[in-house]
Ligand binder design. Structure first.
Ligand SMILES: [Zn+2]
Ligand SMILES: [Zn+2]
Length: 375
């Protein structure tokens, strides 16, 4: 693997780990304070309703303390002073804006919102969970955390989280109004009377059948493949790689996946459990986590299963479309998971995609270059 200065493995004692942690936590602290100041513009209404303010203030205080401590440590190590200074500056800015005792700002009737709170919380939870898993049992030991394209994929992570308002608008407003004709009160009443675990299982199976159908269509219909190719252009798998999705892809797939739950009128708790599980599994299956999960790998989608989907080796093309249950691929004849091997290479076969998030957004809309004339 070719690594430049920014992608070198992080080593203890050289100040980069503490420097990045200081800047990262300092940035998140400033953003969190802004969420307190402008809740209607910067937080997600459905999440906001469940927040415990004292827990969030404690989390913010801890973020600022660690940001300052890591900044000072970076200075003490006498390396990466710019990172240390930036981390301390960000912590001071968060304190200046009110820190963990900042007042909750006035309420506005905002026409829309940016999901900054969702970005902060999911980044913290995902980074802590998946970096730990990838360090404890890595699949590729020589792959650093800041592997090539890590910062490129983190831009997708930021964009897809901040745009949650658009995704929610489509799934919570547009879908119900478009599919209101499919609602049957008797069916919904019966489904809601089922135990939560049964509802969860039905949501999981029906959502994955929809995922299978849309995902397979994206591989087999050339015009749709150009959108999905953005996701497959990932050449190094880790927890951040799954974020690389063309902006329009999650709009379509999330709508399709949530449709059965809407028609069935699923209760809130099983639906929420499904959303949390789906989010966790999406991070897990892309991660550089080498555990093969024994016989469990035949039951639920694991990194081994989805890494094969991303493989560019000949045997890995157009297989393993399911997001949760490999048995769906077995039923439709697209299952491929050798028990003891991982794919050698990842990425798209043929023309490489352009680099850069905006070029990749435009890529599906550009006409393909004409084939060279026959010689
Ligand atoms: Zn795919
Ligand atoms: Zn994927």
């Amino acid at each position: 693997m070719k690594l430049d200065g920014r992608n070198r493995p992080l080593r203890l004692g050289e100040g980069r780990i503490s420097g990045y942690l200081s800047v990262g936590l300092g940035t998140l602290s400033v953003l969190a304070v802004l969420c307190f100041m402008f809740p209607d513009f910067l937080t997600t209404p459905s999440l906001r309703a469940g927040y415990d303010l004292s827990v969030l203030r404690t989390l913010l205080a801890a973020g600022m303390v660690f940001s300052a401590a890591f900044g000072l440590l970076t200075f003490a190590l006498n390396r990466q002073k710019r990172l240390g200074a930036l981390g301390l500056l960000l912590t001071c800015l968060a304190m200046y804006l009110g820190g963990s005792s900042v007042q909750v700002g006035p309420r506005y009737d905002a026409p829309g919102f940016i999901g900054l709170d969702w970005f902060i919380l999911d980044l913290l939870a995902s980074a802590i969970t998946f970096i730990a898993l990838e360090k404890i049992v890595p699949h590729r030991r020589d792959q650093p955390i800041l592997r090539p394209d890590f910062w490129h994929d983190s831009r997708y992570f930021i964009f897809n989280h901040l745009a949650i308002g658009i995704f929610l608008f489509v799934s919570v407003r547009a879908v119900p109004s478009l599919f209101s004709w499919s609602v049957n009160a008797d069916l919904q009443g019966w489904f809601r009377s089922l135990p939560g675990l049964v509802q969860f299982a039905v949501i999981l199976v029906t959502a994955d059948l929809m995922e299978y159908a849309t995902h397979r269509a994206m591989h087999e219909v050339p015009a749709l493949w150009r959108f999905h190719a953005v996701h497959h252009s990932v050449e190094r798998m880790d927890w951040m790689a799954g974020s690389r999705l063309h902006f329009l892809e999650p709009l379509v797939t999330r709508t399709a996946v949530m449709l059965p739950a809407f028609v069935l009128g699923a209760s809130d708790t099983p639906l929420l459990c499904y959303i949390v599980w789906a989010g966790f599994q999406a991070g897990l299956v892309h991660s550089n986590f080498g555990l093969e999960f024994g016989p469990l790998k035949y039951l639920v989608a694991t990194p081994l299963f989805h890494h094969w989907h991303h493989g560019s080796d000949k045997e890995a093309i157009d297989i393993n479309y399911a997001a949760h249950l490999p048995v769906i691929d077995r039923i439709f004849g697209t299952y491929h998971m050798p028990p003891d091997r991982w794919p050698e290479h990842y990425g798209v076969v043929g023309d490489p995609l352009p680099k850069g998030i905006w070029r990749q957004f435009l890529y599906p809309f550009q006409r393909k270059a004409p084939a060279p004339p026959p010689v």
